[in-house]
Design a protein around this ligand. Structure first.
Ligand code: 4NP
Length: 154
């Protein structure tokens, strides 16, 4: 059973989208996977995802309206096998909370699944428009399909 946590800044745009997409791709591959998401910040604890994120995901047939924001906790280092972050700032904020190399090694930038070592970010769509949310969806879906494929073929 693989346990995957998706992390961004607010946990209302990128990481809840990543959570919904990853869960769907795992279901399609009949993979037993626990998927959750969290934010490095506490601004949106208890909030539903941004309405643009909900709409973008609904356009792709995935309902994320039931998700609620929560902040990352150091307990998540034990509760999850992999912690995927969206950008370099998320990476710094999460890895500085890690007390062991094992915990630190669980943290990866999600687009490194597609382009290893490039440290390419999933751009924050918060100040953007629906085009930016759609671009985020496409990036995250490609990464989620890669992750699912690499687990299936192990
Ligand atoms: P997210 O986007 O990290 O993808 O959820 C943001 C959401 C909220 C804020 C910034 C980014 N904010 O500043 O409140």
């Amino acid at each position: 059973m693989m346990r995957i946590l998706m992390v961004c800044l607010g946990n209302i745009c990128r990481s809840p989208m990543a959570e919904g997409i990853m869960r769907r791709r795992a279901q399609e591959a009949a993979l037993n996977m626990i998927v959750d998401s969290a934010g490095t910040a506490d601004y949106h604890v208890g909030d539903e995802p941004d309405h643009r994120a909900i709409r973008c995901m609904r356009n792709h047939g995935i309902d994320i309206s039931n998700l609620r924001g929560r902040q990352f906790s150091t307990k998540d280092f034990e509760a999850f096998d992999r912690i995927y972050v969206m950008d370099a700032t998320n990476y710094q904020n999460i890895t500085k909370l890690a007390n062991t190399e094992e915990h630190k090694s669980k943290v990866q930038m999600i687009l490194n699944e597609l382009n290893p070592g490039r440290n390419q970010p999933v751009p924050d769509p918060w100040y953007g428009d629906m085009t930016d949310f759609e671009r985020v969806y496409e990036m995250l879906d490609e990464a989620a399909r890669k992750i699912t494929g690499s687990i299936v073929s192990r």
